[in-house]
Design a protein around this ligand. Sequence first.
Ligand code: HEM
Length: 426
Amino acid sequence: MQEIAHVISKFSSEPDPDYELSLVQLLNADVLADPHPLYHRIRSTDPVHWDVFLRSWVITRYEDVLSIVKNLSAKRMPSAKELGEQGLGDFGAITSVLGRQMLFSDPPYHTRIRRLVSSTFTPDRVAALSGYIRVTAEKLIARAIDRGEMEIVRDFAAPLPGLVIGAMLGVPEVDQPELNRWASDFAETFGNFTQDPKRTSEILHSCADMTNYFRDCIYRLRSIPNNGLIHAFVNAEIDGDRLTEDEVIANAIGVLVGGQETATTLICTGLLTLLQHPEQIEPLRQDATKMAPAIEELLRYNSPVQLTGRVVRKDFEIGGKLIRAGEPVIAVLAAANCDPVRFPGPDRLDLMRADNRHLAFGWATHFCLGAALSRLEMRISLERLLRLPNLHLAPAGLKWRVHLVLRGLSSLPVTFDPGAEGAAVN
Ligand code: HEM
């Protein structure tokens, strides 16, 4: 990681063809504001590209990305020895958590964990949250309604998914700020190459605190059970097989981190996109049946998770190039989602787009476990926020979050008419 940051600082100000095709540009706020030109450039110049800065293959065509996520290994955590060799031995605590999560494992281990977790993460459990999501959205809006302005990330999009995941896990609502901070620190390890030793130690502390927190929850639940997901994880059993305590903790962290930052990102970028296309908002307000396809298009157009990683186990040929065993591969889901071969007019926001099988939630074995919950949260959030009368982007203060994987905002100020209420979506 330190090497990458060094190389970026060395080259980023000089014209360099490798830099022009490198994903490290996503750490630049101007590129983050609209990464489609970068993705089109990489895809049309070199769709299976060796990124010298990230030391990884970068895949940008829809068909190729599909092939990568279907065929390559998701088990990509470095071993303790490899981390030590890179001077990152301290990160062992984090990789040992990640190694027990389904996102970073292959079958048969993945199949076992996914079956046990899915047996508890049911459509009924998700549907049962809709009342809580509505009430929570209402409470968050009520705090700001008289002000006539909101900073959406802070006031709505960060707290809402955090509270919802907390309710789903079955942890006390008062713990939400701490859980939110831990999740955000943990997510930083995926896509923000900090070199600040103070920050590294804070992130490691957060990982340790979060692990201890969930271990305590498990002990408490033995004497005071509840209907939450952690308790359900502990009791999940298929053919006599159960999750170990460390697996319960790792996957509770997976759900917390996976479910919080991503959903925050979708709510913010989705709302921003609509406010930037105001002519498309009214039809959504008038007809609730338009909301589901609109959410799919917002996911395609501004995918919250820009990319995911895989590793090649056996030499693999793709796009006329040979990828050697052991080499890492980045599948750029967001680039696949704007591939003109798959999506006609990919840079056009078309809320009624037909045949919109985007890859924003991944595909196949690792398809997002929380997709239904995210769609529900997004739907309720948009329905509520779009009812704010005269809702507009504030003239200043929009800020992109510097992160290589999640394309989100750190600040999204909006204004609306204070006190009044708009009409409900029909
Ligand atoms: C807008 C919101 C979300 C987006 C865009 C998103 C995106 C993704 C993507 C792209 C993957 C697959 C990654 C890969 O193949 O390497 C994934 C997997 C996963 N997501 Fe989500 N996610 C979202 C929300 C959630 C929520 C709310 C939860 C939990 C409550 C969640 C839990 C998971 C888990 C556990 C996996 C791993 C599944 C597996 O490996 O079998 N996600 N997500």
